[in-house]
Design a protein around this ligand. Structure first.
Ligand code: GLN
Length: 311
C-alpha cells in the first residue's frame, strides 16, 4: 500500500505502523564497541521522529531519548564551514563517494592527503580543522547552532563519550597526522582531535535532530528565518548526503530509502525530504558498515509507505 502523505497528521499512524513492524523484526545488529562508552546501549531501543518545516514534530518509541550523535554531526559542521568559506572548501576535501569504510586510511596516500568527502572521518577532520581556524571554537559554534535549530538549550556534549573515544582514538589520530603531513590540517593535531571528539559526543534525541536538520529541507533557511546556506549550497549538502552519507553503503541506502541521509555509529540516521520534512531515527544496533539496522529498515518503510522520496 502506498499512502501518498499530503496531510501532515498522516505521519503519526505511519510512524506507529513502522514501530509495530519493527517489533516483530529479529536481528538488530550490534552496538559499536570500538568506542567503549557506546557498547552498553540496548539494541532493542528504537525511536523515530518527523519534523515538518514549521517545527511540528511527530514521534514514536524512544524519540525523546538522547543518544550519541557521532558522525551525524558531520553534516552540521560541513554546513557551518561551507556557509563561511564557500567553494574553496572543496580544494581541501572532495565530494565523491569513497566506497571505503568511514575510518579508512587507504585512499589518502593515493590522493595526496585530500579526503574523498566530508562525511568520512578524514574529511570531517578537515572540515572541523577549518571551522576551528575560522572561529577558534569549532565545537562551541557547532553546539550553539544545534541548540538554536533544535530549540533545545540543554543539548550538551557527553564528556564520558568524548574521553572514551579519545582514549581509543589512534585511527583518527593517524588520519589527522597523515593529512597534516600533506599540509591539509592547520591546527595542532591534539587540538583538532579534542574538537572533533567533543563534536561527535553530542547527545541529542530524534526530536532534537529532526528539528536541527530542518534547514536542509527549508533550502538553507534556519529556524529563526535567517539564511545559513544559499539554496544551491543546501542542494549541494543534500547531494553529498545522498552519495556519501552512509559510507560504503550509500548506494544501497539510496536504493532502499531514496533520500539524503547521514548515519552515525551511535545508531542514529537523519534524512531530508527537501521542501517537505526531515526525519531522525535511532536504533543502536549496527550492520557491518556502521549503519543502524533498524534505522535503515525504518526509513525504507517510511519512504515506501508515504511515497516521499527525491526520486
Ligand atoms: N566518532 C566516530 C569516529 O570518529 C564517528 C564515526 C561514525 O559515527 N561513523 O570514529
Amino acid at each position: 500500500m502506498i499512502m501518498t502523505t499530503t496531510s501532515s497528521h498522516a505521519f503519526q499512524p505511519v510512524l506507529e505502523r513502522i514501530a509495530e513492524e519493527l517489533e516483530h523484526t529479529p536481528g538488530r545488529g550490534r552496538p559499536a564497541d570500538y568506542i567503549p562508552a557506546l557498547a552498553a546501549r540496548d539494541p532493542r531501543s528504537f525511536g523515530m521522529a518527523v519534523a515538518e518545516l514549521d517545527g511540528t514534530v511527530y514521534g514514536v518509541g524512544d524519540w525523546r531519548e538522547p543518544f550519541s550523535t557521532q558522525s551525524i554531526t558531520k553534516v552540521f559542521t560541513l554546513a557551518l564551514e561551507l556557509s563561511r568559506e564557500g567553494d574553496t572548501l572543496w580544494e581541501h576535501v572532495g565530494r565523491e563517494p569513497s566506497g571505503n569504510p568511514f575510518n579508512s586510511l587507504v585512499q589518502l596516500e593515493y590522493e595526496n592527503g585530500i579526503p574523498r568527502n566530508p562525511f568520512i572521518n578524514a574529511g570531517a577532520l578537515v572540515v572541523t580543522d577549518r571551522l576551528h581556524t575560522r572561529t577558534d571554537d569549532a565545537a562551541g559554534e557547532f553546539l550553539a547552532f544545534l541548540r538554536a535549530e533544535s530549540g533545545n538549550p540543554r543539548l550538551a556534549f557527553d564528556e564520558e563519550v568524548a574521553a572514551s573515544e579519545s582514549a581509543h582514538g589512534d585511527r583518527n589520530a593517524a588520519l589527522a597526522h597523515f593529512m597534516a603531513s600533506y599540509g591539509n590540517i592547520g591546527n595542532p593535531v591534539p587540538v583538532l582531535l579534542d574538537q572533533y571528539f567533543r563534536q561527535c559526543s553530542l547527545s541529542a534525541s530524534c526530536a532534537d535532530l529532526a528539528l536541527a536538520t530542518s534547514f536542509l529541507a527549508r533550502h538553507g533557511i534556519r529556524a529563526d528565518g535567517t539564511r545559513l546556506l544559499t539554496r544551491s549550497q543546501a542542494k549541494q549538502v543534500n547531494a553529498v548526503m545522498l552519495t556519501c552519507g552512509t559510507y560504503d553503503a550509500a548506494g544501497d541506502f539510496a536504493y532502499r530509502v531514496g533520500l539524503p541521509g547521514k548515519s552515525g555509529v551511535g545508531g542514529g540516521i537523519i534524512a531530508v525530504v527537501p521542501g517537505r520534512c526531515t526525519l531522525c531515527v535511532w536504533g543502536p544496533g549496527l550492520d557491518e558498515r556502521g549503519n543502524s539496522v533498524a534505522g535503515v529498515a525504518a526509513l525504507d518503510r517510511f519512504t515506501t509507505l508515504t511515497g516521499l522520496s527525491v526520486f
